[in-house]
Design a protein around this ligand. Structure first.
Ligand code: TPP
Ligand code: MG
Length: 356
């Protein structure tokens, strides 16, 4: 079994891979290699890494659109992840989903979901399945604090509490929902007390120390595995970038950001490793390895085949003609007449500029 020190070294490296991945993603976005939206997880990495460390491989995970970090923590190849962002065929969703719709069935990561709160009931359904067929599998569902005001939150937690489902609802409270601070949307400061309203366990802690995250999540996982029901965890965190790439984050002060960056999970872990006797040189070497891995992923995604149109019309777009044969691929579903859909311009106007 790996020593605590070795485990922390591996976790530091994982977080550095995520950080470099997203820094390169931001660059790719600016270069026009990525279409659609891009929400970065920078600053929140310890939550994904600590949670995955507390789980077994068979356990299910659901995340919002801020999903690159958890996918990488779960074991997705950065090449598949970067290819997905670049709209390339070797992407985890074959270039059809992009940033918000990562998916990796092999690692039991069941998505990247773009509708705020929309995946909570789906995750509860997965947990219900596990309980119903008697399989030993825990589900973890992440979401932001903004989702706690959505109807789907109430429905999912009510059922999970009632049926004692093996699920953890993990609220990554990064203080803002797009540009809105929580003080303007929630009557509560401590969201974790909501757990009581659903007859489930609650917990609340800060998410910048990966060891704390792993320890506290592990306790909730153990309860769920024993049949002691779900837990609602509020983990306090902060995103260092804007909500998405189109957000200059003018609603918060530079001083606030700088103060939060003092608790950067990478710096915190680096200091812990230095205390444990890991040298600067060893730490720098880990940084370099992470950097090389990501540079390879970018080079791979750059030269990869683009996403295939025939899959797009078979698998992504659906319509009344669904059951008719498509001219573009054997067995694929799609528009038999080869027509394409037009986007409702009012929808485009409302979300297109500022981003969802
Ligand atoms: C149902 C729904 N309403 C609005 C949006 C637009 N939207 C996208 S992200 C977001 C903010 C969510 O904030 P939070 O839940 O705190 O998650 P964070 O982005 O901070 O991780 C909103 C309003 C959406 N995607 N879905
Ligand atoms: Mg938030």
């Amino acid at each position: 079994m790996a020593s605590d020190r070795d485990r922390l070294i591996a976790q530091y490296k994982q977080m550095m891979v995520m950080r470099r991945f997203e820094e390169e993603a931001a660059r790719g976005y600016a270069q026009g290699k990525i279409g659609g939206f891009l929400h970065l997880y920078i600053g929140q990495e310890a939550i994904a890494v600590g949670t995955v460390a507390a789980l077994d491989e068979r356990d299910y995970l659901f995340q919002t659109y801020r999903d690159h970090g958890i996918a990488l923590a779960r074991g997705m190849d950065p090449k598949a992840a970067m290819s997905e962002l670049f709209g390339k065929d070797p992407g985890c969703s074959r270039g059809m989903g992009g940033s918000m719709h990562f998916f990796d069935a092999e690692h039991n990561f069941l998505g990247g979901w773009a509708i705020v709160g929309g995946h909570l009931a789906v995750a509860a359904g997965a947990a219900f399945k596990s309980k119903y067929i008697g399989e030993d599998r825990v589900t973890v569902c992440f979401f932001g604090e903004g989702a706690t005001n959505i109807g789907g939150f109430h429905e999912a937690l009510s059922l999970a509490g009632l049926w004692k489902l093996p699920i953890l609802f993990i609220c990554e409270n990064n203080q803002y929902a797009m540009g809105t601070p929580m003080s303007r949307t929630s009557p509560l400061e401590d969201l974790s007390i909501k757990a009581a309203g659903y007859g489930m366990h609650g917990d609340k802690f800060e998410g910048h120390d990966v060891r704390v995250v792993q320890d506290r999540v592990a306790r909730a996982v153990e309860r769920a595995r024993k049949g002691d029901g779900p837990t609602f965890l509020e983990i306090e965190t902060y995103r260092f970038r804007g909500h998405s790439m189109s957000d200059p984050a003018k609603y918060r002060s530079r001083a606030e950001l700088e103060q939060r960056k003092e608790r950067d999970p990478l710096l915190v872990t680096r200091a812990q490793l230095a205390d444990a006797g890991v040298s600067e040189a060893e730490l720098d070497a880990l940084d370099e390895q992470a950097d090389n891995e990501i540079q390879e992923a970018v080079a791979f995604a750059d030269q990869a085949e683009p996403a295939k149109e025939e899959i797009m019309f078979g698998e992504v777009y659906a319509g009344p003609e669904d059951n008719e044969p498509t001219p573009t691929g054997a067995g694929a579903r799609g528009h038999a007449n080869g027509t394409t859909r037009t986007v409702d311009s009012s929808v485009e106007q409302s979300v297109g500029h500022h981003g969802g």
